[in-house]
Design a protein around this ligand. Structure first.
Ligand code: NDP
Ligand code: OXD
Length: 310
């Protein structure tokens, strides 16, 4: 069996080691190095593959995404439409994202930026401590990641509201969907976390209308994709004093241009797309399971529905 590893993330040796441990006897080649005929490649494991490249391997049985988000694969106009694409669902990835969301929600809930400014000024005071039960936190996207983060926030007694495409029921979370649900979540939440996939329906969803609909002094936490956010609208909402802050892990281009105003904005916290990182040791087990499934004639787990875009 021949697997082609096509990724802009430079951990190919570790991936090779982890995948070979799971699937002894396989051959793994690291794109663009492919010493066998292209027709002999069985699987492509991909993260942001160059446009047009996957189509050059005509007999692949599945594309396995190295990430949960597959927009970096489906944006390829030449992507073969008949090859199943499986996205990554992994315990470590979910755990990492929940840690990130809980960390930043608590950071803003406990006003850590204000305390840091106070301490820097050699001041000693404290603020009235907000009640989690009186603090509505919204989670856009209630899938593998958003659903887990919402449950963790609910376990901390935040008033958690979540939004998804289809109706859902999660213990401790007010689940909303549809346009009315969006307006409700936006109008209520002090902190709004974005964990949606990037699709034609969700591109630019964090825009001037969203920010205007949010309560004054709310905070945006975007750990999904830069394409969800209209950067200029966020800057306007921060500069007008309507929004108190933004935590951004993802950007239209990564890294953003050095001249981008986010880098030096006092109300923006940036992290370098690390909200959750794929852990090869753990994800390789999942990939191997999926490959075994396909080899048995079964569909891979967590198949992408190209008509929905996720
Ligand atoms: P899932 O596919 O499991 O969940 C997606 C959720 O979004 C679902 O609840 C879905 O609704 C909802 N959704 C999709 N489209 C819409 C819409 N138009 N309106 C309302 N809700 C919608 O994805 P994951 O939770 O695994 O991942 C989410 C995203 O997180 C990824 O696509 C990726 O972009 C990002 N990510 C970022 C990382 C980082 O480090 N910054 C790491 C990993 C992922 P329904 O349940 O009804 O289908
Ligand atoms: C992503 C990931 O989709 O890292 O961003 O999984």
């Amino acid at each position: 069996m021949n697997i082609l590893f096509m990724s802009t993330v430079d951990k190919a040796d570790l991936w090779k080691q982890c995948l070979t441990a799971e699937l002894p006897g396989i051959n793994i080649y690291v794109y663009p190095d492919c010493p066998v005929a292209r027709e002999d490649i069985d699987y492509v494991i991909a993260w942001k593959p160059p446009a047009g490249e996957i189509a050059k391997y005509p007999n692949i049985k599945a594309i396995l995404s190295l990430g949960a988000g597959i927009d970096g694969i489906t944006c390829d106009p030449d992507l073969p439409r008949n090859v199943p694409i499986s996205r990554l669902v992994d315990r470590c990835l979910t755990q990492g994202m929940t840690e990130y969301v809980v960390y930043w929600v608590l950071h803003h809930h406990r006003r850590m930026d204000d305390y840091a400014r106070m301490i820097a000024a050699r001041e000693w005071d404290n603020y009235i401590q907000a009640d989690t039960e009186q603090t509505p936190v919204g989670v856009l996207g209630l899938g593998e990641l958003g659903g887990d983060a919402a449950k963790a926030l609910s376990a901390l007694n935040f008033d958690v509201l979540g939004w998804s495409r289809s109706a859902k029921s999660i213990n401790g979370v007010t689940c909303l969907h549809g346009a009315d649900g969006y307006d409700e979540i936006v109008s209520k939440c002090r902190m709004l976390v974005c964990l949606l996939p990037l699709t034609e329906d969700t591109r630019g969803i964090l825009n001037a209308d969203t920010f205007a609909g949010m309560p004054k002094d709310s905070v945006i936490i975007n750990c999904a994709r830069g394409g969800h956010l209209v950067d200029q609208d966020l800057l306007a909402a921060l500069d007008s004093g309507h929004l108190a802050g933004a935590v951004l892990d993802v950007f239209h281009s990564e890294p953003p241009d050095p001249s981008h105003p986010f880098w030096a904005h006092p109300k923006v916290t940036m992290t370098p797309h690390m909200a959750s990182l794929t852990v090869p040791q753990s994800a390789a087990r999942y990939m191997a399971d999926n490959i075994r499934r396909v080899e048995r004639g079964e569909a891979p787990l967590n198949l992408i529905d190209l008509s929905k875009g996720y």
